[in-house]
Design a protein. Sequence first.
Lengths: 231, 231
Amino acid sequence: MPDKRAEILGIAVALADERGLAAVSMRAVAERVGVTPMALYPYIGSKAALLDGMLGHLLGRLIPAPSGTGRGAGGPVSDGETAAEGAEEPWSDRLGAIARRARAVVIAHPWAASLVFARPAVTPDSVRAVDALYAALLDAGVPAAEVPRLERMLSTVVIGFAASEAGGRFGTGDDPRGERGLGPDGALPGHARLAAELDRPVDWDAEFEADLADLALLVETIARRAGPGGA
Amino acid sequence: MPDKRAEILGIAVALADERGLAAVSMRAVAERVGVTPMALYPYIGSKAALLDGMLGHLLGRLIPAPSGTGRGAGGPVSDGETAAEGAEEPWSDRLGAIARRARAVVIAHPWAASLVFARPAVTPDSVRAVDALYAALLDAGVPAAEVPRLERMLSTVVIGFAASEAGGRFGTGDDPRGERGLGPDGALPGHARLAAELDRPVDWDAEFEADLADLALLVETIARRAGPGGA
DNA sequence: ACCTGAACACCGTTCAAGT
DNA sequence: ACCTGAACACCGTTCAAGT
């Protein structure tokens, strides 16, 4: 009731969660809202804008709102009192927390994965997430000239990992050899040398954490080669 | 003429290149083929299978066919004679070559970016690409237990980078501050500390190369910590 | 100001026929 | 064996009315 647009977006998100993105049509959303399809247009604009709005609706929950207009009250997932200037946690923890939250959102709403790569990250909410990553990288000692690129690389890994999980690119783990009769083993020498590893099932939580650890290692290496001062 | 299915897929790819993925309907493809929509079904199966087939059609050009059934003739982009066991190039060059080829495919066919994350990489062609990456990482000295994870991370970065470029996630480079009146600068401390960097336009070719260099550095670090023996 | 109803130009897919 | 035509149950969006 406070905002009709937000109500519509919430209903569309719920519909996508229940029946997939393909089930989200203007007509289906309108029916759930209890209105004619055309009544959505003043609030939503178009089907494409509906999808953008759904993504924004999720992103609003990724990074808690800043203490800008209201007071610092109603804190987020944080575990203590809200420090005035932030930066009480080490940079690698802040970076990891954002990454884990992003992955959790995509796991909870798999349909979002296919939208994330298609729109620039310029909504207020995603800009806030990018800002937190900038600050973490600067605090790690990464030179300013490399921070935007490194932020894009980190967020690409995190979003790409979650999208691959949710979308199925990482597959079911079954052995690809023999799927189409690929002839003698010599055709896939790399797979042959890894036969033992490829039979093991994959723990995706552990793999995500290992990726985060490697990325933190890379960030440290880049910071160190710039000189311990932080430049 | 040699294969009706391949002819249909080629026409669908050309249609997507010219008018976008949204213009690829069974009806539109059928019209270009010169046939009724229903005549596609025996060759294609369904709309979803058409999209899968289009992606496979592109992937067939990513990695040249192996010397399996035919002879080693009709070599690919390689610059010399085809060695019997491969591995004449250093691993980092082989890795970079695959990455650049993948990015080139996505830039040439931007619509493919949105499909790549949604299907497991188990077609013969993509398995061949994965195999080449496995071999490169093993030759770099990465322990076998870490190779599959690292391959997934590398391909996620490469595909995610290309998808972000093609889909618009990396945006146009305009300053996000002020896009929605985000209040005083204090709300975005990270951006404030990077003001000088964020005004510069981005050279995406250079950024891709810098990412590849950083990833190679990470691969070396992982190989080194496992012991110079390799495994 | 806010919503409805009818209409237009599309979809993917099924099914029964045609040659 | 290969293709067609009509039909079904959908789409997003425009436009002219209604209250």
